[in-house]
Design a protein around this ligand. Sequence first.
Ligand code: SF4
Length: 275
Amino acid sequence: MKLLLEKFKKFAEEVHKLVCPPATQDLELNTKNRDAAIQAEHIQYGPLNVSEPENYWQNIAAHWNTSEKAARKSLCGNCVAFDISPRMKDCMPGETSDQDGQLGYCWMHHFKCHSARSCYTWAKGGPIKDDNKSAEWQEKNKSSLGVTKSRLKEIIEEELTSIINEEELFYEVDALDINEEYCPVCQETQGLDEDEKKPCKPSKGKRFAKRVDGKCRSFGQAGKAKDGGDRIRPGTAKADAYCARSAKIKKCKNPPCANTLSRKKWKCQGSKSVA
Ligand code: SF4
């Protein structure tokens, strides 16, 4: 169940990325779009420094053929394309407000813009505060999101089916002792006789034993390391060397065999030991 929940959590995070505008999840893309909005003659996003606007407001007032006072009131913060809905706030990583205002998503130029700035394409009617309104803008802009609603539905269905199928194939129970060999549920379902239910003892010179198909299988070198510590120390150079060596050993006919069981103890993933 824990595994299933972890998979759902990871999947939910992936879906979250898909439903958020890409620029809110990708700093490089956001910066590229913002810089383009600053440079473009028909956009002129600014001022760069809200406290030191230089002649930004005079210029924009001239462009709109209005007064500087009116221009200063036409901000991203009240633009029709400025999205500060709850769902969009969820898409924004980190702090979204400062002493001058807050960040929102600009649906016209696709970057995180600041409420105290403006641009030539400002239009009244904002901000977008409602999730439904935000979803409408997203639907209108679906080509820029890289995933459509129907594709998203397909992805969700495919992923959930594969997670559920995987969960049906594997059933995990906690081991009761260090040998990890006692699995009451497995024994019941396999109909093993009394002898076959007994815990296995490691053979001479071996540290662990595990019952596989009713038979005991011993593995792992017994004893301590030279310094008196545990021989098996996943994540160390020694462990990597072990994993690299054992990865070259051919798979046996009736797995899991000793090599596979030992590799599990060393936490081998390919030729690396991942602690
Ligand atoms: S279109 Fe509106 S929200 Fe976007 S940058 Fe211009 S003023 Fe800001």
